[in-house]
Write a protein that binds this ligand. Structure first.
Ligand code: DOR
Ligand code: ZN
Length: 342
């Protein structure tokens, strides 16, 4: 296949940051996607409808002249989120979900939830008003091996949560393991997003020839058997699995340092990376539904009507793209890629 024309996709899990960083990265996403679910882990986080309204306005103001893009907002769940916060957010029409970060799990998660059971009143309201819950599904206790944190989260927290709130619609974000695939398949009202890096790389890449900070994200890349399970799920044509890049920009200095931040930057070339992953298992015919249909179907939004075209052309991913002060290193920087968004 030499060209692939599909319905314009959306990104159901994206970090856009704020200020000058937002202005640097937003054009990449706007080129690829019509809409995105925007993560709320700013400093301080987006906790209320007022925060989300102001952040949305800043995003809208940063959209390049003449281009179309719809930011879909999320609230950051804390120990202090109230049922009224949910009701107000739902009424806004543009807050589409609430994001759970376990306190201390990842970038800017220090305001996150200390014990998921503390949020049961809020989950009750979310279930009632049909507000989806997005999970960073990892436990954080230091006794649990970093490669097992997702699996233990499912066992200790998600399974009981599903029993308490069977009708709450949940997205297990950026899944990385065969255990997550199995759980999502087995549960009603449950979907998952999948990133390009978890389809393309196992944890071996983290140590290929030396430590590779630009492949470090959370949840961390796993063994090859898990990558294969994720690849299979994404390309299976099952509507429970849809696109969410988790593109997470950190300037070069925050990645190439003695204690580097978690996050892979893929907004520049997301659809090209996904196309490579789907092509690797001869499943390009499944890309459109994964990227453009199952996400809006889950969020009960209309599918996009415009199209994009990907051409089979080899090009070199730049070493760096502009970012305030230091530059930003995209995923697989400096390497060749065989698809290109027209
Ligand atoms: O790798 C990650 N980066 N995982 C997350 O959960 C957060 C994200 C970020 O905001 O940098
Ligand atoms: Zn994320």
């Amino acid at each position: 296949m030499q060209t692939l024309t599909i319905t314009r996709p959306d990104d159901w899990h994206l970090h856009l940051r704020d200020g000058a960083a937002l202005k640097a990265v937003l054009p990449h996403t706007v080129r690829q996607f019509a809409r995105a679910i925007v993560m709320p882990n700013l400093k301080p986080p987006v906790r209320s409808l007022a925060d989300a309204t102001a952040y949305r306005d800043r995003i809208l103001a940063a959209i390049p002249e003449g281009q179309q893009f719809e930011p879909l907002m999320t609230l950051y769940l804390t120990d202090n989120t109230s049922p009224d916060d949910i009701i107000a957010a739902k009424a806004s029409q543009f807050v589409k979900a609430v994001k759970y970060y376990p306190a201390g799990a990842t970038t800017n998660s220090e305001f996150g939830v200390t014990d998921i059971r503390r949020c049961d009143r809020v989950f009750e309201t979310m279930q009632q008003v049909d507000m989806p819950l997005l999970l960073h599904g990892e436990v954080t206790h230091s006794a649990v091996d970093v490669f097992d944190r997702e699996k233990v989260f499912i066992e200790q927290q998600l399974t009981p949560l599903k029993q308490r709130f069977p009708n709450l619609r949940i997205v297990l974000e950026h899944i990385t393991t065969a255990d997550s695939v199995e759980f999502v398949l087995s549960a009603d009202n449950m979907a998952a997003t999948i990133t390009p890096q978890h389809m393309l790389f196992s944890r071996n890449i983290l140590f290929k020839g030396g430590i590779q900070p630009h492949f470090y994200c959370l949840p961390i890349l796993k063994r090859e058997q898990h990558r294969l399970a994720i690849l299979k799920a994404a390309t299976s044509g099952n509507p429970k699995f849809f696109l969410g890049t988790d593109s997470a920009p950190h300037g070069r200095n925050r990645k190439e340092t003695s204690c580097g931040c978690a996050g892979c930057y893929s907004a520049l070339h997301a659809m090209e990376l996904y196309a490579e992953a789907f092509e690797s298992v001869d499943a390009l015919d499944k890309l459109e539904a994964f990227a453009s249909f199952y996400g809006p179907d889950f969020y009960r939004l209309p599918r996009n009507s415009e199209q994009i075209t990907l051409n089979k052309t080899t090009w070199r991913i730049p070493d760096e793209v502009p970012f305030p002060e230091v530059g930003l290193v995209p995923l697989r920087a400096g390497e060749e890629i065989t698809w290109q968004l027209a």
